[in-house]
Ligand binder design. Structure first.
Ligand code: CA
Length: 493
């Protein structure tokens, strides 16, 4: 009997390696996902991932802007090392990325959608990427080096192309990594035909900090140019619509005009000013943003359904994330860049039946540099020494955070934003975040901000000059020096 049991243990066939479907949108605020407690929209399909899998409540980026974050996800290293600290640099595709390494270890790799790294994608058996930022309608794409012009709404086109590859084009004999990367809900927030009339006649709740005057912070918050009040353009508000943005079919254009012309007429009749005008702009901008997200959520649903109908749902890891967080009116802003929670913190949800406990949530500190090492550990490849992130597998395999803490987890994150002279005039800064505190350093201003996130989660009152917080400040400043050394980032930049 014993021999039989031992024999059966020995001849257990190796488990089939899991597939990975990585769905990433662009600029999706965690505040705009119902699994994260949104008070302004529902995302039933993204929530399916949360119900079946794990929701990361403290997942952050290393640099809250598009191209740097994409490069960090691919390479697992900080901006200074992946060479894309701002949106201006060209990504060096000869670097070790997780698709390159996964492919070398037998995985089939595909990418569909936004790439935004200036060089052509490397490490993919198949790719079809948007040209630059991409249009919301009628996207121009590059399919394995050849230009293709599509008709239709870009979120739907990307989903169609991803499903086409998944259902009919891939090599079924190999496990795969499929990256589906949406343009939405990036500026200028153009909704798709299916959601043009969502939330009509509804007043969205305003964030409590919509009229923030930044009096409890340092000078940095007063220098930016990203307010709903002053910096949204007519195009952002759909009060103007240049033809180059459109690339719509006549039917799509007619549906668009039917939605916006009566709204714009009503707006002009109101003749708003002051706080009322800010409120109107907030409603207009936030609704269009959320309508774009509704199409992204539909896309997630279609992908989950397709995996199920192909019988792949049990052995496929599905991720939903964004390239960084976003201000949906908090502090009077749109856009990202800051180390403040709304844009530093980023949605990250993962489904992996049989491994991840359904409905699990984690508050352990994780960061976008962790994704490449995680995916490589999952596919059974060696994690290159260069990668600075840490595999999240212990979190995925545990039933609660206490179990992971027993083996030791990080207690602080490092952040650096470089693009000082870029759009929106956010001064460059770096910082550390522990579970409770956040220190931000603005070298050009010679200023420091310090927040106790436990008592001040909206970061309205900096404690940098509070005598009672001097010890905490000193400890965090020492931690900043320590993390700079750990991640080999320069003191001056
Ligand atoms: Ca982005």
């Amino acid at each position: 009997m014993l021999i039989l049991i031992l024999a059966s243990m020995l001849i257990t066939p190796p488990e089939e390696p899991p597939n990975i479907v990585f769905i990433m949108s662009d600029d999706h605020a965690w505040q705009a996902i119902s699994a994260y407690g949104s008070d302004r929209n529902v995302t039933p399909n993204i929530d399916r991932i949360a119900q079946d899998g794990i929701t990361f409540d403290r997942y952050y980026v290393e640099n809250s802007i598009c191209a740097p974050s994409r490069a960090a996800i691919l390479t697992g290293v900080f901006s200074e090392h992946h060479g894309v600290p701002t949106n201006r640099e060209v990504f060096d595709g000869t670097q070790e990325t997780f698709p390159v390494v996964a492919r070398a270890s037998g995985y089939q790799t595909a990418l569909v959608g936004k790439w935004h790294l200036k060089s052509e994608p490397v490490g993919f058996d198949h790719y079809e990427r948007l040209v630059g930022q991409g249009n919301y309608y009628g996207p121009r794409m590059i399919r394995n080096g050849v230009e293709v012009l599509h008709e239709g709404y870009t979120t739907d086109v990307i989903t169609d192309l991803a499903l086409e590859w998944l259902e009919t084009e891939r090599d079924e004999s190999k496990p795969f990594v499929l990256m589906v990367q949406h343009k939405a809900p990036h500026r200028e927030w153009m909704p798709g035909p299916d959601h043009l009339h969502d939330m009509e006649g509804v007043d969205l709740p305003e964030p409590p900090t919509l009229f923030d005057d930044y009096s409890g912070r340092g000078r940095a918050s007063t220098m930016q140019e990203m307010t709903i009040k002053d910096h949204l353009r007519p195009m952002d508000l759909k009060l103007a619509m240049p033809e180059w943005m459109m690339r719509m079919t006549p039917e799509e254009r007619a549906a668009w005009d039917k939605a916006y012309e009566p709204r714009n007429e009503a707006f002009r009749a109101l003749d708003l000013a002051g706080a009322d005008l800010i409120r109107w702009k907030y409603q207009r901008y936030a609704k269009d943003y959320l309508r774009c997200i509704a199409s992204v959520d539909d896309s997630v649903g279609r992908i989950l359904d397709s995996l199920e109908s192909l019988g792949l749902d049990e052995n496929t890891i599905v991720i939903y994330t964004s390239d960084q967080g976003w201000y949906l009116g908090e502090h009077g802003w749109y856009d990202k860049r800051w180390m403040y929670e709304e844009s530093f913190r980023t949605p990250f949800l993962l489904r992996w039946p049989g491994v991840v406990a359904p409905g699990r949530r984690t508050e352990l500190l994780s960061q976008n540099i962790d994704l490449a090492p995680t995916f490589l550990e999952v596919v059974g490849a060696e994690i290159p020494d260069r990668m600075q992130g840490r595999s999240l597998l212990p979190i995925l395999e545990s039933v609660d955070d206490a179990q992971v803490e027993d083996i030791g987890w990080r207690d602080a994150l490092y952040y650096r934003y470089y693009e000082s002279l870029g759009p929106h005039k956010v001064p460059k800064h770096e910082g550390v975040r522990t579970r409770r505190y956040k220190l931000m350093v603005f070298p050009e201003l010679d200023e420091v901000e310090l927040y106790d996130l436990k008592v001040d989660p909206d970061e309205l009152h900096s404690l940098a000059d509070d005598p009672g917080s001097a010890v905490v400040r000193e400890r965090l400043e020492a931690l900043l020096v320590e993390l700079r050394a750990k991640y080999d980032v320069s003191e001056d930049w």
